[in-house]
Each structure stands twice: as structure tokens, then as C-alpha cells.
Design a protein around this ligand. Structure first.
Ligand SMILES: [Zn+2]
Length: 160
């Protein structure tokens, strides 16, 4: 079995290559790619894929994950959870922030990762439940980063 260093999900060992961009096991990364096949193919106007990307990014901080990846993921989760933004709106906000140069601080991931992982989303038994689980996952990851909520709110307010 392999345990993901980011989200702590335990999956059967497949000797999959870990990603360069995230503090994740190769098996967890494969699970996320499987989910992405569904969320991207969906081509929904609300672009739910963005919430999955942000939940995954924020849940795989530490290691070789770049500070900007975590900061963007947290801003995305904040906009979705506290401002009710769609994935499409979050994507537009990310593009606006990306144009402003800044050095992002290294944010320390929570000691205990969120309860839900990409696996819970994949295990949903229908597409509708899949989308609902992505929202729950996003909520659970946002909650796990509570120690940085004031920083994220303030940073988003300043940059958007
Ligand atoms: Zn993981």
C-alpha cells in the first residue's frame, strides 16, 4: 500500500510516478487525473473542475509544492466557499491575480489533512453525487486550513 504524503489517502501500490508539482504519491496523483478526465470532459459552464484543482492543490502542500500553488488554491477555495463563486469565476480571479507580481510566503499545511480526499469523490456512485462530493471535498479542505483563513481573506481582498 502507498500513503500519500499530502492527503494521507492509502491506495494500493502501483509504482506510479509521483508528480513534480505536488507533495503527493503517484497513486494519489493518478486518482486525481482520473477525476480530471471526468471534470474536464464535462465542459460545464460553471467549470467545476476548478474546485477539484484547488482542493487537490491545497491538500498537497509541503514538499516540492510551490508557495504560489498553495496560495492560489486557497484563494480559490475561499472564493468558492465564502463568496459562492463558480469555478469559472475562480478561474477569472486567478488570472487577475497572476498578473500582479508578488513573492508568495510558504504557507505551512495543517498538521491534520482534511477528512475527504480525491478518493471519496471517485467513489461517488453517480455523476451528480460526484459533483456534490467535489463541493464537500472543497469545503473540507478549506476548513482544514483554518489557521490561514484571515491571511487568505485579507490577501484576496487586497488583490481582487
Ligand atoms: Zn494525496
Amino acid at each position: 500500500m502507498s500513503t500519500c504524503p499530502g492527503c494521507h489517502v492509502v491506495l494500493s501500490e502501483k509504482h506510479a510516478c509521483p508528480p513534480d508539482r505536488f507533495n503527493a504519491s503517484g497513486e494519489c496523483w493518478q486518482a486525481f487525473n482520473e477525476l480530471s478526465c471526468y471534470t474536464i470532459a464535462k465542459q460545464d459552464p460553471a467549470f467545476i473542475h476548478q474546485h477539484a484543482v484547488d482542493a487537490y492543490g491545497a491538500q498537497h502542500g509541503g514538499g516540492n509544492t510551490r508557495p504560489i500553488t498553495i496560495a492560489f488554491a486557497l484563494i480559490g477555495l475561499y472564493l468558492a466557499q465564502e463568496k459562492g463563486c463558480t469555478g469559472k469565476e475562480v478561474q477569472a480571479a486567478h488570472m487577475r491575480i497572476a498578473r500582479i507580481f508578488r513573492v508568495w510566503p510558504r504557507l505551512e499545511p495543517p498538521a491534520k489533512p482534511a477528512e475527504l480526499t480525491v478518493l471519496d469523490v471517485l467513489q461517488a456512485d453517480s455523476y451528480e453525487k460526484n459533483d456534490e462530493m467535489i463541493r464537500q471535498w472543497s469545503k473540507s479542505v478549506w476548513k482544514s486550513w483554518e489557521h490561514y483563513h484571515p491571511w487568505v481573506r485579507e490577501t484576496a481582498a487586497r488583490m481582487l
